[in-house]
Design a protein around this ligand. Structure first.
Ligand code: GTP
Ligand code: MG
Length: 410
């Protein structure tokens, strides 16, 4: 018994000695002298990996971050929680120039932070010129959904053949003399005409049913906790707004005449239960200049692609006011929505807080603002200001104004 215990002790001792020998030989550098600085580490790693120096840098960074006293290893993206449920057939859409890149970057960041990081909807960018690589690179990095870039066909961004060029030029000179904003701009007119009658027909837009228009340098001030596109569909909405106001009369002197021509020619396109009271105080004889501010829109593309809307746009376009005056897409869309949609198909988003220079929509009601983590100053809210038409929208629809609105009238 004592003999076999001795053998076991010898075996254990031998095993211990072998382990110690193995430990000392394997922890020493395998070849060359010990590594003492970062460049040696990189060279060594390159030699081991047989790879490029950028790969070596990556593995060095990873090691460095595990050392005490250095910055934490920040992941590439923040871990955002994705909203549950199916997505709608919807996209954001932006018309922009390459030079708008930093202004649109700001807008995208607002929209992503307050809404789209949880929904990951696509974003279509349209331009009368080719988008450059820088524009594409930056916007792609900011949008959580797919990005698509479209060039506008020439025939949608030029003078139609029935326009008298010299008459249009004379108008621009007159408007310049009168200091009417964008009065002398040709590109601004193409932009307004494009937004009025073509963006929803661009091949990239044909894949979608819903759109949310976003312009450069806009801001969102509150969280949006639900799918706004789904809200529109579930509640039978086709057009929506956050800010409304009066149009500059000088830019649209004959717009209503053209609209009246359309109404006489296409009575079948007018909705009986419409919102005429929003745009006219006398049952349609004259325009009161109210319009929804179209730099923000969430709407239904199939409505814009309907025969009714296309007949309306073509009629206006023939009359030439996009060039002989300076008709804006905001009154053009607003009049169409007011005459051709049912009252309940137009929605006011009180809970989407929004800024486009120089106006702010900050939700009325402190409870809403706190719940949605809003960072707008309620004093900046334009809704109940005398130049806003939102109060009229509530009145013509028999809607109750949000609690506390009286305190914000100024
Ligand atoms: N590709 C392209 N986009 C344009 C052009 N002009 C305007 N846009 C875009 O059309 C939209 C409306 O133009 P804005 O210049 O913002 O017009 P606005 O909102 O009436 O005026 P601002 O107060 O200056 O914002 C924006 O999304 C612009 O980026 C143009 O010549 N080419
Ligand atoms: Mg703008």
């Amino acid at each position: 018994m004592a003999g076999s215990q001795r053998y076991v002790r010898y075996i254990l001792l031998a095993f211990l000695c072998l382990t110690i020998v193995y430990f000392f030989t394997s922890s020493a550098p395998i070849r060359g002298t010990p590594l003492t600085n970062a460049s040696d580490v990189i060279k060594e790693q390159e030699a081991n990996a047989g790879g490029s120096s950028s790969q070596a840098h990556l593995s060095l960074d990873k090691d460095t971050y595990t050392q005490p006293g250095t910055s934490p290893n920040t992941p590439n993206t923040l871990p955002y929680e994705s909203a549950e449920g199916p997505r709608m057939n919807a996209t954001f859409v932006t018309l922009a120039r390459n030079s708008d890149i930093w202004e649109i970057a700001k807008s995208i960041r607002h929209v992503e932070d307050r809404f789209n990081r949880r929904y990951n909807y696509d974003w279509v960018f349209l331009n009368d010129q080719e988008f450059d690589d820088n524009f594409k690179k930056i916007t792609t990095s900011l949008v959580s959904g797919k990005t698509k870039y479209g060039t506008i066909p020439k025939e949608h961004w030029s003078f139609p053949e029935w326009i008298d060029q010299s008459k249009a030029e004379k108008v621009r000179e007159d408007m310049k003399a009168k200091k009417i904003i964008y009065g002398d701009s040709v590109s601004y007119r193409h932009m307004c005409r494009y937004e009025s009658g073509f963006f929803f027909r661009h091949p990239l837009m044909l894949d979608y049913e819903w759109y949310w228009r976003v312009e450069p340098s806009v801001e969102l001030y509150c969280d949006i906790h639900y799918d706004t596109f789904k809200f529109m569909a579930d509640h039978g909405k086709k057009y929506s707004f956050v800010i409304s106001l009066y149009e500059y009369v000088e830019t649209i002197p004959t717009l209503w005449d053209s609209v009246k021509g359309f109404m006489a020619k296409f009575p079948q396109h007018l909705e009986k239960d419409n919102t005429m009271g929003f745009v006219s105080d006398d049952g349609g004889s004259t325009y009161n200049h109210c319009h929804f501010w179209s730099n923000f829109e969430i709407g239904n593309l199939n409505w814009l692609r309907s025969q009714a809307y296309i007949d309306y746009f073509n009629h206006l376009d023939r009359d030439g006011g996009f060039f002989y005056e300076r008709w804006g897409d905001a009154p053009v869309h607003s009049i169409a929505a007011s005459l051709m949609l049912k009252k309940e198909e137009i929605h006011f988003f009180n809970d989407i807080a929004y800024y486009h220079v120089p106006f702010t929509h900050c939700p009325t009601g402190e409870e809403t603002r706190l719940k949605l983590k809003c960072h707008c100053n309620p004093k900046d809210n334009f809704d109940w200001n005398g130049y806003s038409c939102t109060s009229r929208f509530f009145d013509v629809n028999g809607m109750q104004k949000p609690e506390g609105y009286e305190k914000e009238q100024h």
